[in-house]
Design a protein around this ligand. Sequence first.
Ligand SMILES: Nc1ncnc2c1ncn2[C@@H]1O[C@H](COP(=O)(O)OP(=O)(O)OP(=O)(O)O)[C@@H](O)[C@H]1O
Ligand SMILES: N[C@@H](CCO)C(=O)O
Length: 293
Amino acid sequence: MKVSVPATSANLGPGFDCLGLAISMKNQVIIRPSKFHSVSLKGEGANNPALKDNNMFISIFNDFYHNLSYKKRHFRFEFQNEIPLSRGLGSSSAVIVSAIASAYAIEGIKLEKDKLLNLALAYENHPDNITPAVMGGFNVACVQENEVRYIHKEIPKTLKAVVVVPNRAISTQLSRKTLPFKYSKEDAVFNISHSSLLTAAFMAEDWEMLKHASHDQIHQKYRMKQMPELFDVQKTALKEGALMSTLSGSGSTLFSMSYADDSKNLEKMLKVKFPHFKVFVADFDNTGVRIEI
Ligand SMILES: Nc1ncnc2c1ncn2[C@@H]1O[C@H](COP(=O)(O)OP(=O)(O)OP(=O)(O)O)[C@@H](O)[C@H]1O
Ligand SMILES: N[C@@H](CCO)C(=O)O
């Protein structure tokens, strides 16, 4: 059985904890019944001993599998990871979603995506990565009585993601602790208005509006101060044709969006100016987690 799940970029500027989208960069796992438990890791995190010995995917998978099945079976897990860890591209969300989906699929139990999303919410209480990881596309989501309420919108192929991945990790958990405890009414209204406008721009496909809508007062400036070069990356991306350029999740990645026709030049300009960062163009993913039995 094979499960793949896309990377995700959350917040998109003002949409703190509620806006996110999926990018065609994925983690994939092949799970086969085996005489004994074994794990192989390729790609991102392959040399990280913690992922081998204390793998979060396997512990979540086992949590669900042992509740779904009385059979005591062993499996071989073959991970092929493209999503970098602690770079704000939703690696932990991808693990949570794919582990739960795998446990149901290996037992042949159908799991509706809405139910998968609400099961994942128990592991990550902000829905802006797990929702696009499950559904794909652009999503606006909130949590009401432990359920995710969301609206999903496909992103057309005429748009591309241009992603700048620094060589420094930022843990979401730690980064959330650096944010202010309280905000002014002015900041609150600023983000409500801009995230509303950004959501409407995605729904109306008014791509020129993204540049005006994607400003934030709640989290970006506090986080990007930890790595001031990110302000320069953001300024360069917007100058070189990006429709929007925002910190991806809690960082350190900077996510930009451009018309497909402009994406190669934007990638080139960013590579020239920031040769020490990984820069690439990616499609958007409109499907979310996929299971192939
Ligand atoms: N591909 C993976 N395989 C196994 N465990 C993972 C993987 N990615 C993340 N984890 C687990 O989740 C924890 C948090 O990972 P990470 O720091 O990437 O998440 P994050 O900061 O919440 O999100 P992001 O990756 O978007 O920055 C890691 O310490 C690790 O235990
Ligand atoms: N909304 C979350 C996204 C993390 O990827 C945060 O900014 O902490």
